[in-house]
Design a protein around this ligand. Sequence first.
Ligand SMILES: C[S@@+](CC[C@H](N)C(=O)[O-])C[C@H]1O[C@@H](n2cnc3c(N)ncnc32)[C@H](O)[C@@H]1O
Length: 315
Amino acid sequence: MRLLPWLTNTREDKGTGYFSKGKVACPPFLRCPYGGGSLRMDGESLVSEAGRRYRVVDGVPWLLDEARVATVDRALQRQYTERDAARYDRQLRLGSLAIGCWEPRQRRRMVGLLELKPGARVLEVSVGTGANLPFLADKVGTSGHIMALDLSWAMMGVAKARAARLPTPVDLVRGDAVTLPFASDSFDAVLHFGGLNLFGDRTQALAEMVRVARPGAIVVAGDEGLSEARRRTWLGRKLLSMNSLFVFRPPFDKIPWDGIEGFELHWAWREAFYLLRFRVRGETPRPSQEDKLRQRIAEREEEAAAGGGPEGARR
Ligand SMILES: C[S@@+](CC[C@H](N)C(=O)[O-])C[C@H]1O[C@@H](n2cnc3c(N)ncnc32)[C@H](O)[C@@H]1O
């Protein structure tokens, strides 16, 4: 694989999307995750307005600073070795059968909640091995576009191979769900499944999904968490004894209520997983004073980092 497949458009590029359409410039909706400034290509890297440089590895931009990823997120990444990533799909399929579910049916139903139209641009946050990609591709078709982000390079390796087999353009970005490297109002829908409970900052992660979705877009975000009814059943008690993650409940207190409307709570996988579904409010809320202050601090840090000191040595 070439380093920057979007510089040309050959058979090898099949399965990658925006980057592969002969464009030399960086897609306009990619942003520096720290400060939000635009990015430009410089040789084989992407460079922010403040001079921060991001690597592109095997055609995938790494839009994050490892040193800024929360300790808990970094620690959890250790469980996603290449061996684990290779086994993940099989284990999940077996797990779903054990609780009486057919996984593909669950995924199709979850993707259906996004109400995607052909031609839509959809973001999957924490794409993992890309198990949802075929269902997303089925909905947005060849005129649509899928952007897929994850923190784990091992998991993304599996997703990348899967994406290459799809007719829909798919682009991958390595990044952190709590600082998404995309401009506001960029996507027609956002999907997240399976990482939310353990994100270092769940409030910020959900706020980011809302920020990058355009007004009116549907966001679906879910993870392990038994319904109250399921907790009282034999299956519920069994799941709780086998995997402590099922103890989680839908994180209602982390939802950015001011920026959303039409909230619905859905259950999936025999009520072992919650799915939060909502629309982004018609008008994008104006940033608060606090948001503006945070933005200024981030920009200043970014400038300081670009001005001197080794990469990633700020925190
Ligand atoms: C259980 S897997 C779910 C994968 C996939 N969404 C699915 O439906 O099978 C959780 C994923 O969340 C990713 N993840 C964990 N923390 C993350 C973070 N801070 N930012 C982005 N992805 C993260 C992991 O790397 C992993 O691929």
